[in-house]
Write a protein that binds this ligand. Structure first.
Ligand code: AMP
Length: 279
């Protein structure tokens, strides 16, 4: 496994492969878990070389303390990547990516950026767009893999490659969960024992909401979920929305030919958890 911190050496290495070799790319912020590894596995099925980036991108954090406290476990990450036969790791510094000016560019994603996470995390998707576009330009992959765990992000990246005519195939990957249903996330390691025990309530509730959605209007399902969380002593609901998968706009009534998903953001103490489910 080759590990690079600088762009020049990474690109030189990638140049040594023939043009006919496909590159699968998995961008991450590190603190790797089985969810990340499932993306790598999927990348290995379709690509000759798999490149994983590890970079905690400062411009996508809306709260400075969240950036400071974000788990960083590079040594362990490298061991994990080696164990799954990852070919190339790119772990740059912020200076290597941004130079002296750590700022994001401004993006429009045809309105996708104003829904859900966009409402609650100021500037988040400008940060995501900036780093993913930059990494795409550096790595120039054939395929890039993103988790449905961050479904809005996945749709936004698809929109970005479409709007900017970037010749990369974006592949969405299913949400990988703990045995108790909690969606795997690097942030889970920051949960207190008490909040960790409580957190599976999120997936349990959205699974019940999916069942209710079959026979009830969206509004009814939403107020049921809100009520459930109001009664919960440890988890605080930030939003629960039922939206069209394509536009991410919330819906008032169901249409047979559209696909819907429920999206949720919850605070477990100071840790913010997100999840979603196909309806
Ligand atoms: P992160 O390191 O959290 O930025 O995540 C890097 C990539 O892994 C993103 O495309 C995430 O959507 C994806 N990912 C994170 N957690 C999961 C999970 N539990 N299941 C599937 N994909 C995930």
């Amino acid at each position: 496994m080759f590990v690079f911190n600088d762009i020049k050496n990474l690109q030189q290495h990638l140049l040594t492969f023939n043009n006919d070799k496909s590159i699968g790319f998995v961008p991450t912020m590190g603190a790797l878990h089985q969810g990340h590894l499932s993306l790598i596995k999927k990348a290995q099925e379709k690509s000759d070389i798999v490149v994983v980036s590890i970079f905690v991108n400062p411009t996508q954090f809306d709260k400075p303390e969240d950036l400071v406290k974000y788990p960083r476990t590079l040594e362990n990450d490298l061991k994990l990547l080696e164990s799954v036969n990852c070919n190339v790791v790119f772990a740059p510094t912020a200076k290597e990516i941004y130079g002296d000016k750590i700022t994001s560019k401004s993006f429009t994603f045809d309105g996708l950026e104003h829904q859900m996470e966009g409402k609650f995390r100021d500037g988040h998707f400008d940060g995501v767009g900036t780093i993913v576009k930059r990494l795409f330009e550096i790595v120039k992959p054939t395929n890039a893999y993103f988790g449905e765990k961050d479904f809005q992000q996945l749709q936004i990246i698809k929109k970005m490659v479409e709007n900017h005519s970037i010749p990369i195939n974006i592949v969405g990957c299913e949400i990988f969960r703990e045995e108790d249903g909690l969606a795997m996330s690097s942030r889970n390691t920051r949960l207190t024992d008490e909040h960790r025990l409580a957190a599976p309530f999120i997936y349990k509730t959205i699974k019940k909401a999916r069942k209710k959605f079959k026979k009830n209007a969206p509004e009814k399902v939403i107020s049921w979920v809100k009520k459930k969380f109001k009664k919960h002593p440890l988890l605080k609901l930030e939003y629960f929305e039922i939206a069209d998968e394509k536009t991410l706009k919330t819906i008032k009534k169901k249409d047979d030919d559209k696909r819907y998903r429920a999206f949720i953001a919850v605070f477990a103490g100071e840790i913010r958890l997100i999840d979603n489910i196909k309806l």
